[in-house]
Design a protein around this ligand. Structure first.
Ligand SMILES: CC(=O)SCCNC(=O)CCNC(=O)[C@H](O)C(C)(C)COP(=O)(O)OP(=O)(O)OC[C@H]1O[C@@H](n2cnc3c(N)ncnc32)[C@H](O)[C@@H]1OP(=O)(O)O
Ligand SMILES: O=C(O)CCC(=O)C(=O)O
Length: 373
């Protein structure tokens, strides 16, 4: 089923900041929240009030900006976490509780009955404090699905507006994700939010599967930041929804390069050149057959149109170039080659790239040409 519309809940400022070694300062958090809001991100999870006064002050400062996005904070099912969340002035609190037997027993030292009673108690309490509640089902993917259903039933009856299904350890594939989310979506009226981790490199795929299975909300992080291998990348998830399913997200993808750069700088985690959608070289073509096809008609080798991201295709010369590309690149320098010259120059280009591990610039290309005579 293609999702008609889906709500992105971006958690760059919560799970994204849980990337080992990453810590945003106040200005960076405000800049990231503002940039995401301006790009049309409808919801963001912006922090953990239980971390203390400084985090609460930053969350409250973001809330006071009155951005056009719904703001969520993360907390445990504890009175102090709930009170800290309430004090921040946000719209929505995600109250998290482990739902797998392994975490219930070996992290909390509790049993399933305690979990159900705690969910009922804290959802009602949060509602009484005027908060909208999402119940965060930590480790839901390793939990007995029948118990997850009981947790969701309890959450719904207590007045939660949403259940977050967390693949905390990133161990699902898209098929299993689809099955589990569909089971929740057809049996309950409350909103279902997918939270995927990328331990197997499947976070975006699992998030798209969840959207197709009936999830109403999905979590993302810019550049795929997040605990361990990270979360579903914001830019990949949104482009996937737009391109594959024509799903409405309300998000302006032309903002992706700037947002990605902002988060890369603030996080100290540079973007890999080949990172989907936002990497430096993802619209760059070198291979001879591709470049020849691209020059004949760019649709031969264009899936996503880079223009919608404010980006352009780029052709470079390298080890895998063919004569068409060499002739074309030299034409742009005002040098007109025959096929024999192009073939000779290709040897110099290959040698250069093999030694320097980068494509030659125009000065170097002119130098190779000068050496022909
Ligand atoms: C899967 C996820 O990403 S969940 C989000 C996790 N995020 C973070 O942990 C980042 C921010 N965390 C922090 O700043 C700190 O861990 C705090 C402020 C939340 C808590 O700090 P501390 O009180 O010093 O506890 P610490 O983190 O060492 O231990 C966690 C405690 O919370 C308990 N706990 C964990 N999850 C839950 C829950 N959902 N509901 C209730 N209690 C919980 C643990 O059992 C442990 O309690 P214990 O002391 O009784 O054994
Ligand atoms: O319980 C939740 O809200 C999900 C927390 C989380 O980040 C995870 O489980 O990976």
């Amino acid at each position: 089923m293609n999702p008609q519309s889906i709500t992105i809940n971006d958690t760059t400022l919560r799970d994204g900041e849980q990337t080992a070694g990453v810590a945003f300062n106040r200005d960076e958090k405000i800049a990231i929240a503002s940039a995401l809001a301006m790009a049309g991100v409808p919801e963001m999870e912006i922090g953990i009030p239980a971390m203390g006064a400084e985090e609460q002050e930053i969350i409250a400062a973001i809330a006071q900006l009155n951005l056009p996005s719904k703001l969520m904070v993360w907390g445990r099912m504890r009175d102090d976490d709930l009170e800290a969340a309430r004090s921040c002035g946000v719209d929505l609190v995600n109250l998290s509780i482990p739902v797998s037997d392994i975490q219930i027993r070996h992290k909390l030292g509790r049993d399933r009955a305690w979990i159900l009673a705690t969910v009922a108690h804290f959802v009602s309490k949060a509602k009484d404090k005027g908060l909208d509640v999402c119940v965060g089902g930590e480790d839901a993917s390793r939990a007995d699905i029948d118990f997850v259903m009981q947790v969701v039933e309890t959450a719904q009856q207590a007045g939660a507006r949403r259940f977050r299904f967390a693949d905390t350890m990133g161990i699902l594939d898209p098929f299993a994700t689809y099955q589990r989310i569909q089971q929740l979506a057809v049996n309950f009226d409350l909103e279902i939010e997918m939270h995927a981790h990328d331990d197997l490199g499947l976070a975006t795929a699992n998030t798209l599967a969840a959207a197709c299975a009936g999830a109403s909300h999905v979590n993302t992080t810019v550049n795929g930041l997040g605990e361990r291998a990270g979360n579903a990348a914001f830019e990949e998830t949104v482009m996937g929804l737009h391109y594959l399913y024509k799903t409405r997200t309300g998000i302006d993808v032309s903002q992706f390069p700037a947002i990605s750069q902002l988060v890369a700088t603030a996080s100290g985690r540079p973007i890999a050149p080949q990172k989907s959608i936002v990497g430096e070289t993802v619209f760059t073509h070198e291979a001879g057959i591709h470049v020849d096809g691209f020059l004949k008609n760019k649709l031969n080798y264009q899936g996503i149109d880079p223009k919608q991201l404010g980006r352009e295709h780029k052709i470079v010369l390298g080890k895998h170039s063919g004569s068409h590309a060499v002739i074309r690149s030299y034409e742009e320098l005002g040098i007109f080659l025959d096929t024999g010259e192009a073939t000779t120059l290709l040897s110099s280009i290959r040698d250069h790239v093999t030694r320097n591990k980068r494509t030659p610039n125009s000065t170097e290309l002119r130098h190779f040409y000068g050496a022909l005579a």
